[in-house]
Design a protein around this ligand. Structure first.
Ligand code: PGA
Length: 222
């Protein structure tokens, strides 16, 4: 049996114009009403407020997350988005994604600052790790296991290894554990079976096409 109420997060990364995102929301929004778990969409920061307004006005059961928050609070940091600036619209923030660690050199000190800022703004961090050995900052409740070899490659980790890593992470504290990396309509069930993980993080491979994402929601509900 799947967990009937998994957390399914769509990380759209730096994809979609506002018009394209609006069309995606129109398709996924009504389908999400039939989903028993929690759906979170994480669009690019410029679209957070408009997405929030669209979700509110349509009463869709989709929560909103950002793909990052600044390590700084508000101030003279050109180009940054402080957690407190998006706190009125976002419930979640992805922090520590491997793409940020790799392309923006975010280390554990920086990530711990981001987690602190998110928490101070009452935003729940979805903290990404690549192994069960990675440090998890204090106060994190949701951990996403995302091995780099599985991200965007179409080659996910094996369900057995995901189960093992999720178990190791849960031994370190009271965490909900998500799996991310080439999650698809074809393989999602294998990750959710036997309660191996509490949900999934679906990146660009299978979240950008709303029909594929809806399929993932449908299978996660059965
Ligand atoms: P993917 O990405 O689903 O495209 O593999 C996962 C992620 O980066 O969160």
């Amino acid at each position: 049996m799947n967990d009937p109420a998994p957390l399914v997060v769509a990380n759209l990364k730096a994809n979609k114009t506002w018009d394209e995102l609006g069309a995606w929301l129109d398709v996924v929004g009504s389908a999400a009403k039939r989903f028993l778990g929690t759906v979170v969409v994480c669009p690019s920061s410029p679209f957070l407020v408009a997405t929030h307004q669209k979700l509110q006005s349509a009463s869709w059961l989709i929560k909103l997350g950002s793909q990052d928050v600044s390590k700084f609070e508000q101030g003279a940091y050109t180009g940054e988005v402080a957690a407190s600036q998006i706190a009125s619209v976002c419930q979640y923030a992805i922090i520590g994604h491997s793409e940020r660690r790799q392309h923006f050199r975010e280390d554990e000190t920086i990530l711990a600052q981001k987690v602190r800022n998110a928490q101070a703004a009452s935003i729940k961090p979805i903290y990404c790790v690549q192994t069960a050995l990675d440090l998890i900052p204090e106060g994190v409740e949701i951990v996403a296991y995302e091995p780099v070899f599985a991200i965007g490659t179409g080659s996910p980790d094996s369900p057995e290894n995901v189960l093992k890593i999720a178990h190791e992470i849960k031994q370190k504290g009271t965490f909900s554990v998500l799996y991310g990396g080439s999650v698809s309509p074809e393989n999602i069930k294998s990750f959710l079976l036997k309660g191996a993980v509490d949900g999934v993080l679906v990146g660009a491979t299978n979240s950008l096409d709303p029909q594929k994402f809806i399929k993932i929601l449908e299978i996660a509900s059965t």
